[in-house]
Design a binder for this molecule. Structure first.
Ligand SMILES: Nc1ncnc2c1ncn2[C@@H]1O[C@H](COP(=O)(O)OP(=O)(O)O)[C@@H](O)[C@H]1O
Ligand SMILES: [Mg+2]
Length: 507
């Protein structure tokens, strides 16, 4: 038997208990309630029938736990929807057996404090929602996998990069399936580096570059931040934050290409200055040589041998003078006359001049001229020079036999006229290609080429705000493509006479 003191303490404990405790007889009469319940129901409960007093019903509730406990003689957990305000009431009901244990004397109903539980639940739900929103709105792809490789977190950004939907990734995707090839080896390598010290400390990867595989097999370079997740000292999962590097790599190659172009432009500019300087330095002494050679030739008593020598001097000096003239043109020390020009007509004229030369006798000339090509603002002399050089080079490359294709196009949106000069020659070897626009660069035998043609082409096109491109291969020959803005050079006005050192005028 329990002492009186112990019994009193038990009663006080039950009263201190901060949940509802109500005791009913097997005929649902409320016989006792702890203080928590009594205060809540304002002491109206004792002696009342439970379903009448609390639920205002004539019969026990349909899902009454007491009915169930009376039937089975065992404790029953219950969850009752009371009303919209109180919400769900959860608790347990357990039978209080008679001394002999073969009869149920009463039933104890203990209510959980639902309001507190509900607020906890709500807080948990809110936190979860918040985390899910963070995952969803993250710019980085986020993927986590458990130790079996099964994917347990996969956010929208990861879906966008890889092409898998969030649902299919969470359903059936394993982490190694997003690595290229067989995948497992690559995944193991990443895990090894993750555990190692070399990439941001043990258990971490920092800005780790690796390729992953998208849903339809494409390789995607990514930058990865990853970490191992531990629970009580054991690895339980790994999580990775990553972004797609494709755009960045594309930008990098574009930037590198732009840099190469810039360097080329700068090189041409300084070569232009150099050429102009050299040309001026040579001009005066060449003039003297020519003048004095002519004067000496006029002497009557000159021996025949000396006369031959002088004539040689004179012709060589003239050749030098021609080169100097071309150099000056390359450095454009002449006026530029910008006027609307019919490109197709200019090409026709150049072809007309050239096609009667022996070099062109066995060359088939194909012309595909755009009928809608608008006039292009340009210097006609320079245009002629430009076309002449491209067409001559093509004919020379084909050594007089093959097909020369001259095509014009109009790019409406870019407002650009495109002129293509293509040949069926041997193409330009890759090691030669970077040098073709340099002045004096030639692969032709002495007397055949000066190496100034393409450098002039380059500066004429630049001077008109355009661009020169070249496609070349041993199989299909070479095509030079010149793009000229229809509006002409960007900043200079019509009949501009401002000399530019980089550009040149045609002759
Ligand atoms: N259509 C072409 N096919 C093959 N190579 C070419 C072609 N056009 C130019 N080249 C190459 O570019 C070099 C430079 O051309 P260019 O500046 O016109 O000088 P040149 O014609 O006097 O040699 C040529 O020597 C040749 O090697
Ligand atoms: Mg040439």
């Amino acid at each position: 038997m329990r002492s009186l003191e112990a019994s009193q303490y038990l009663i006080r404990a039950i009263d201190a208990f901060d949940r509802d405790l109500v005791i009913i007889t097997p005929d649902f009469r409320i016989v006792a309630a702890n203080r928590h319940a009594a205060e809540k129901w304002e002491h109206r409960l004792i002696g009342q029938i439970c379903h009448q007093a609390i639920y205002d019903r004539d019969a026990p509730c349909d899902d009454c736990p007491a009915v169930e406990a009376l039937r089975t003689g065992r404790p029953v957990m219950y969850s009752l929807t009371v009303n919209l305000v109180s919400g769900i009431r959860k608790g347990s009901c357990f039978p209080i057996l008679s001394g002999s244990g073969d009869r149920i004397d009463a039933l104890a109903m203990v209510d959980y404090d639902i309001s507190r539980l509900t607020s906890l639940e709500q807080r948990l739900r809110r936190t979860n929602m918040f985390l899910r929103n963070i995952l969803r709105s993250a710019v980085d792809g986020i993927i986590a996998a458990d130790m079996s490789g099964k994917i347990i977190i996969f956010n929208e950004a990861a879906a966008e990069v890889t092409g898998y939907s969030v649902a299919e990734a969470l359903d059936a995707l394993y982490i190694w399936q997003i690595y290229p090839g067989e995948g497992k080896a690559a995944a193991r390598r990443v895990m090894r580096d993750l555990r190692g010290d070399d990439y941001g400390g043990s258990g971490k990867l920092n800005r780790y570059h690796v390729d992953i595989r998208g849903k339809n097999g494409q390789r995607i370079p990514i930058s990865l931040y990853a970490a191992l997740i531990y629970e009580e000292g054991h690895e339980v999962a790994s999580i990775g934050f990553f972004h797609d590097l494709r755009d960045r790599l594309r930008m990098k190659t574009e930037l590198e290409r732009a840099q190469v172009q810039l360097m080329q432009a700068e090189k041409m500019a300084s070569l232009g200055k150099l050429a102009a300087g050299v040309a001026h330095q040579l001009n005066n002494p060449l003039g003297s040589i020519t003048l004095f050679a002519r004067l000496m030739l006029e002497e009557h008593d000159l021996p025949e041998a000396a006369r031959d020598d002088l004539e040689r001097i004179l012709s060589d000096a003239e050749r030098c003078r021609d080169t100097v003239k071309e150099l000056l043109e390359f450095a454009r020390q002449t006026r530029q006359q910008i006027q609307p020009q019919d490109i197709n007509q200019a090409l026709e004229r150049t072809l007309f001049l050239l096609q009667n030369q022996t070099l062109f006798h066995n060359i088939r000339i194909v012309k595909v001229f755009a009928p809608d090509l608008p006039p292009v603002r340009a210097d006609i002399q320079q245009l002629n020079h430009l076309f002449m050089n491209l067409i001559l080079n093509a004919a020379q490359a084909m050594q007089g036999s093959g097909q020369l294709t001259i095509r014009t196009l109009f790019e409406v949106e870019a407002k650009t006229a495109v002129i293509e000069v293509g040949d069926t020659g041997p193409g330009i070897p890759p090691e030669v290609l970077p040098h073709i626009f340099e002045p004096f660069f030639t692969t032709k035998e002495e007397g055949q080429g000066t190496g100034l043609g393409l450098s002039m082409v380059y500066s004429i096109v630049e001077n008109h705000g355009g661009r020169t491109e070249v496609d070349s291969s041993p199989e299909s020959g070479t095509t030079f493509r010149v793009r000229l803005p229809v509006g002409g050079p960007p900043s200079k006005g019509e009949d501009s006479d401002e000399p530019s050192l980089v550009s040149c005028a045609g002759g």
